[in-house]
Write a protein that binds this ligand. Sequence first.
Ligand code: SAM
Length: 387
Amino acid sequence: NTTDSSQILHPRWVRINTLKTTLEEQLESTFAGLERALTVDAVRKRGSKHIFIDHNIPNLVAVSSTTDLSKTEAYKSGAIIFQDKASCFPAYLLDPRSEDDDIIDSCAAPGNKTTHLAAILQSRQPDPNGGSQKIHAFERNYGRADTLKRMVSLAGSDRITTIHAGEDFLKAKPEASTYKKVTSLLLDPSCSGSGIVGRDDMPELHLPVPKNNTPLPKDSKNKKQTKVPDPTKETRKRKREDFNEDLDVMVDDDGMVTAVDTVDELNARLTALSKFQLELLIHAFKFPSARRITYSTCSIHAQENEQVVLQALKSSIAKEQGWRLLKRADQIRGLKEWPVRGDIEAAEGDAEVAEACIRANKGDEHGTMGFFLAGFVRDSNSVEDIG
Ligand code: SAM
């Protein structure tokens, strides 16, 4: 009963965790027997025995989603991490280089981007146990902070990660001495989740831990937290198909999938989310040593994306502190070459802003989830410009 379109699957993107292994090692072990493909298309067929090595993001491969890797030693030991290609963009764009500057990951659980940052940092340190660089990983929700701890530990990034469990990034004091060496911030706030393709692409769920052990959050302010989704059930997918095309699956601010029933509800939700997202960016602009910031969402909605960026650029703090967009020409190679850019209409006709913004479309030929990313930079006299 299969149709042609059902044969084209979303690829299974796999990040090779260089804190624990190398791409070469994995090609010879976990992926031995798979034939190298030149395009991602080859791994999108049911039962494909191909592997695609990504051209944009280092140490990222794709295989068919019908290839079960969840029982492999590499997955269980954290040597490979299931992470959508687009979800690998932010840490790569942030491009942390200096050996003693700290980083903040403001919205960290379950830790895909935190552990990616850690891997990039270590690859740039000549001595794997050296360097005093730290990642401050904030996670407001206690239950999700537990998940973050497990992922950080499994991925081997504990040494350089300080987890701020249950801490609201918006309450972190930019002037505090703890943050005086913070030069880069990665902001990946809660969003509508409208770019998520399906259950397999929920970055939150990519953890080899018993799902029914997910602890309930201690913060009981949001009653919806009790609806912990069971990733082993098919309900999420079926529900999605039941929706009217004007409606969407939403992820509430603790990453849980919720639904809205009307377009008005959707708009109200987007307004609330974008207010929070802008607040987060403005707060990040205040860190005195900060030179680079990435802002990302897995949303397809302009309101959470280009619109937030435009408002942030117009803010008085951005102007006072000299924050501007990281232009395409100054982006790291793999993302400079990435062709899908911001939406010009959403950027209110500003072609430069649209070009600086990075998008990924759900379900197009690149095989990614729907995603948005923008980088912000400012120059400094005291810190060497790493742009
Ligand atoms: N960056 C994560 C990854 O790649 O694995 C996904 C982050 S998820 C989209 C957003 C997370 O931010 C949620 O776990 C949520 O609980 C947390 N969060 C939301 N607001 C926050 C705040 N003000 N301070 C700290 N964490 C927050």
